[in-house]
Design a protein around this ligand. Structure first.
Ligand code: HEM
Length: 434
């Protein structure tokens, strides 16, 4: 598998208009602020969260749909054509995905916050429509891709999880009004497993095999290890789903063991890649990526403790928080702060301008504030959840808001330094609206 350096070769020829990935990245940056703020709205409910509508569920989806999936959509729509060499069928489905998914997420989060069932259902339908379109666009590229079997497998497994979690999410929202689900809690846990480990987890693992070597200027890791990780991860998800619905805590613990094996191998392989990389100084972004890898291992250990019942009442909320804010959000903000200036530089080069160095596009101060506040917020809220101390959760959430605002400052500053040329809609790309 000879990805990274060669990936860049074809990159400029397959760049989408910058407004396509940015129309997902910019709302994600705002939703990050909203997610932390919604935890601060009702820290008592967050401290004892075991499901059900309200500010905490709104915070969970401001993060999961508003940040994690939002960035995954924007990034994969751009990275897939570059890596596979296959253009998207057309650009209008990407724009339509935006017009369904972003307002839908806003409405769904508002519905969860206000506990308004009609608003929840309306938002859930729009979001599901947007996710269905995104799934069709990317599945079409995967179908036409020759080679890159490992990336295709990770992406296809993630899309399957996305379809299932969206269907279950819709059912859960409708169940609040119609009460047709036999085991609402079991379905909610399956929904969470497919969202956190299925779609986001598999996508993060699959794209890390390309992005980490690319940023470290290293050769990609062996394909055989990549397949082993994928098989262990999918086995973990399947066994966890069986555990959540039927088999109970023994299966959940077995799933966590498979997950730990997959995560351990995945992280081990990527740490080797970083060691072999020509670029040693990867800066703050990879301090966050390494912290996220640590949080992933800690999440899986927590899931064993939670399934064994040794964490008591705070167990489920603590597990969910570390998985979402500790692992996935830390990883994503680490990668996103490299992707945004990287894309900006590629586009500047494409417009015939001398591509600026990443250091010319990136301001360190807001990134330092973000990293410090983010890690402090994750630590404070984790302690608050464990000790059921709402004040620690409140302070942590407010520190999280400051960190997210600093991240927004960084992103807007990169776009300002680019000189908002990306707002201009360029001539259509290959594969455009037929
Ligand atoms: C179509 C999009 C989605 C809809 C309609 C939706 C809907 C819901 C609903 C109604 C619940 C409440 C279940 C309850 O607590 O009674 C829920 C819980 C949850 N969802 Fe989603 N969701 C969606 C997408 C996602 C995604 C993409 C993720 C993760 C990446 C996610 C993660 C979670 C988590 C962690 C919970 C809490 C689980 C629990 O309550 O125990 N959701 N979702």
């Amino acid at each position: 598998m000879t990805y990274p350096p060669s990936v860049l070769g074809g990159a400029q020829g397959r760049l989408l208009p910058l407004s396509i990935p940015l129309r997902f990245f910019l709302p994600a940056i705002l939703f990050q602020i909203v997610a932390w703020a919604l935890i601060a709205v009702d820290p008592d409910q967050a401290t004892t969260f075991v499901g059900g509508p309200g500010p905490t569920l709104a915070a969970v989806h401001a993060l999961t749909l508003g940040v994690l999936v939002m960035v995954a959509i924007g990034a994969s729509l751009q990275i897939l054509p570059v890596v596979t060499g296959r253009d998207l069928l057309a650009l209008w489905p990407c724009r339509l995905t935006f017009w369904l998914y972003v307002p839908g997420t806003l409405i769904l989060v508002a519905g969860f916050h206000s506990v308004d069932l009609a608003t929840m259902t309306g938002g859930a339908l729009l979001v599901t429509g947007g996710l269905a379109l995104y799934t069709l666009v990317t599945a079409d590229v995967l179908r036409r891709t020759k080679g890159f079997r490992l990336l295709v497998a990770y992406n296809a497994a993630a899309l399957l999880a996305l379809v299932a979690l969206a269907g279950l999410g819709l059912a859960l929202a409708l169940d609040f009004e119609h009460g047709f689900l036999v085991d609402h809690l079991g379905v909610a846990i399956v929904h969470m497993i497919l969202g956190v480990f299925g779609f986001m987890g598999l996508l993060a693992m699959g794209y890390s095999l390309i992005l980490v070597p690319m940023f470290a200027l290293a050769q990609a890791p062996s394909e055989r290890l990549g397949w082993t990780v994928l098989i262990l991860a999918v086995a973990a998800i399947v066994v966890a789903v069986i555990g959540a619905l039927w088999a109970g805590s023994v299966a959940l613990i077995l799933a966590a063991v498979f997950g730990l094996l997959a995560a351990g191998l995945h992280i081990g392989v990527l740490v080797q890649v970083l060691r072999r990389g020509m670029r040693k100084r990867l800066g703050l972004s990879f301090i966050l990526v390494r912290a996220a890898w640590g949080a992933l291992a800690f999440t899986l250990l927590l899931s064993v403790a939670a399934a064994a019942g040794v964490l008591g009442d705070p167990g489920p909320a603590l597990f969910g928080f570390i998985a979402l804010f500790g692992w996935l959000l830390t990883f994503l903000t680490g990668i996103l702060q490299r992707i945004i200036p990287f894309l900006a530089a590629l586009h500047a080069g494409k417009e015939g301008r001398t591509p600026p160095r990443l250091s010319e596009l990136t301001v360190e101060t807001p990134l330092r504030i973000h990293a410090g506040c983010h890690l402090a917020a994750v630590a404070l809220i984790s302690v608050g959840l464990l000790l059921e101390a709402a004040m620690a959760v409140l302070i942590g959430a407010l520190v999280g808001v400051v960190g997210a605002a600093a991240f927004a400052w960084f992103a807007v500053d990169v776009l300002r330094r680019m000189g908002f040329s990306w707002l201009r809609v360029p001539a259509e790309q290959p594969g455009s609206d037929k």
